[in-house]
Ligand binder design. Structure first.
Ligand code: SAH
Length: 536
């Protein structure tokens, strides 16, 4: 009878996180081979298996013993924490087999049973830090040259990978994590979120949220996995979260700015200077630097020192371009562009951006950029009115007959300054027309205001798009000018608070029936539609 090798990853360490197949495999084995601590962790599953447990550093002899026993006909469970194929026993078992000339066909059977690796178990305790491209790097340089590990950290840092560091530190290996931090700080913000998880799903579990610059101030040991976020990872309520992607679009609206403070480029002192103080420390740092820097880095340091740039050097964030969206118009009332404005538009939009003429009394700009602030200041200096784009309030005012019928202008401006651009469940257009002609179509907007005979008429709930579009219904006439702004604020506030996400204002009005004291009336007439005469 041929034996079998069952190479089992039993997950982070808690019983519930061992897979069904891993449990069965342990139970159907004749013998369990593993590191002492791990055998203890799965003790509850054992029936009458023979146990071979050895010390941590004896993996090779464990693998050899396992192969030998399987060759003698035993079913041997080789256990690893996490996943056996991630810095675990699986590769080692195969190495021993290959050395002996084992073949898949005809040799002892091998089954590798997957388990939850530390990157996954630790991530789940932190929140969702591994949402995007991630890698694992073991900082153990027992079997891997440090120069290679260094290269991998450098590459991962440069490419903005989320990184899970395994084997970050042991009693003797203490400098590796310091070096890893130093390399990461060349490319990532010191405020990059870092999660330290010790003994995930085990008795002495410990979760620490920190940052790249401060992570070394916390305990890191053999049982810790260090998860370093990418440039968009953020903390929220003690959770570490990496968004699904890099936000490609953003607009003026502050709440929609995806750039968290830690993502902005900041000038930072050299990482070593952060950690060390005094001459002695500086000397020690010097030693480490020359000890570990590549020839090119040393040359670069020297060049920087020569150019006197050393102090200004910060980290180099890999540039990530986003699309900046903004609405521009010559003004709320003013509808006339100046040549300077048109030239400024051409300049800021450039070859790669676009400017789109819309139905909303503004031109929509979409500009791929890494520095929206520059664009904003150029547009502002050309006297443009800038507004955010998206689910916000936009005011569409008439030109008040070129400003001649100016009575309602101050109220329009007050509404713009109080409500223009605020976030809402769905885009909301507020039409403001300066006379009873309402030639700019205020009654066809979500909220319509028409100034007439020294007071305001109010229309609510137009359906502005679709085949069954209709005007808003008039809900009040003759609102005095000292009340109008407060009333509109009240309506908008109610919609903001009570509207469902994505619910258009007319649907909201129909659903809640009363908004700020104004009642919805079902006045839509049922119109009979005749089929086309020859349309069958
Ligand atoms: N095969 C294992 C990894 C073994 S290397 C796996 O897939 O998870 C050992 C390293 O794994 C430790 O230094 C630590 O960084 C990480 N690790 C393993 N189990 C862990 C746990 N329960 N909590 C936190 N880190 C763990």
């Amino acid at each position: 009878m041929k034996g079998k090798l069952l190479v089992i990853g039993f997950g982070p360490g808690s019983f519930e996180h061992i897979t069904q197949r891993a449990r069965e495999a342990i139970q159907e084995s004749d013998m369990v081979i593993g590191y002492k601590t791990y055998v203890e962790l799965i003790e509850g599953l054992l029936t009458n298996q023979q146990i071979i447990s050895t010390g941590m550093t004896e993996e090779v002899s464990r693998a050899q013993e396992a192969v030998k026993q399987a060759e003698q006909g035993k079913k041997v469970a080789v256990i690893s924490s996490g996943d056996a194929g991630v810095y675990g026993m699986a590769g080692l078992v195969y190495e021993v087999l290959v050395e002996k000339g084992w073949r898949k066909d005809g040799g002892v059977e091998v089954e590798v049973i997957p388990g939850i690796s530390a990157i996954n178990s630790c991530a789940s305790l932190l929140g969702a830090p591994v949402m995007h491209d991630a890698c694992t790097i073991s900082l153990s340089d027992h079997l891997t040259p440090w120069t290679l590990i260094e290269k991998r950290i450098e590459a991962a840092a440069q490419a903005d990978f989320v990184v899970a560091f395994y084997n970050p530190k042991s009693g003797r290996r203490t400098r590796q994590i310091v070096e890893a931090q130093r390399i990461l700080l060349k490319y990532r913000s010191p405020d990059t979120p870092v999660g330290l998880v010790k003994s995930a799903y085990r008795d002495r579990e410990q979760v620490v949220m920190t940052t790249l610059s401060e992570m070394l101030e916390h305990e890191i040991g053999m049982l810790t996995t260090v998860v370093v976020g990418n440039s968009s990872t953020f903390f929220y309520d003690d959770l570490m979260i990496t968004p699904r992607g890099y936000q490609r679009k953003y607009t003026l609206n502050k709440t929609e700015q995806p750039l968290k403070p830690h993502q902005r480029l900041k000038k930072e002192a050299e990482p070593w200077a952060l950690e060390q103080e005094g001459e002695e420390a500086a000397a020690a740092a010097e030693e480490v630097i020359t000890d570990t820097l590549s020839a090119r880095e040393i040359a670069e340091e020297a060049l920087q020192a020569l150019l006197g740039e050393k102090e200004t050097s910060g980290y180099v964030q890999q540039p990530i371009e986003s699309i900046f969206e903004v609405a521009v118009s010559p003004g709320l009332v003013n509808k006339k562009f100046t040549p300077k404005q048109m030239m400024t538009l051409a300049e800021v939009v450039g070859e790669k951006g676009s400017m789109e003429y819309t139905t909303d009394h503004y031109i929509k700009l979409q500009i791929p950029t890494m520095s929206p602030d520059e664009i904003i200041s150029k547009l502002e200096s050309a006297d443009f009115l800038l507004s955010p784009i998206g689910d916000v309030l936009t005011i569409k005012a008439c030109d008040f007959c070129d400003g001649e019928k100016s009575d309602a202008i101050p109220h329009t401006e007050e509404l713009q300054s109080k409500l223009g651009g605020i976030d809402l469940p769905k885009e909301l257009k507020l039409g403001m027309n300066g006379c009873g002609m309402a030639c700019y179509g205020a009654v066809k907007e979500d909220i319509g205001i028409v100034y007439r005979k020294g007071a305001f008429d109010l229309f609510l709930g137009a359906k502005t798009v679709g085949r069954n579009a209709h005007a808003g219904q008039i809900v009040a006439e003759g609102i005095s000018s000292d009340k109008i702004v407060g009333i509109i604020e009240g309506i908008v506030k109610e919609y903001k608070e009570k509207g469902y996400p994505n619910e258009r204002f007319h649907k909201f009005f129909k659903r809640v029936k009363t908004v700020y004291g104004f009642t919805y009336q079902d006045i839509t007439p049922k119109i009979k539609v005749e089929a086309a005469p020859c349309g069958d």
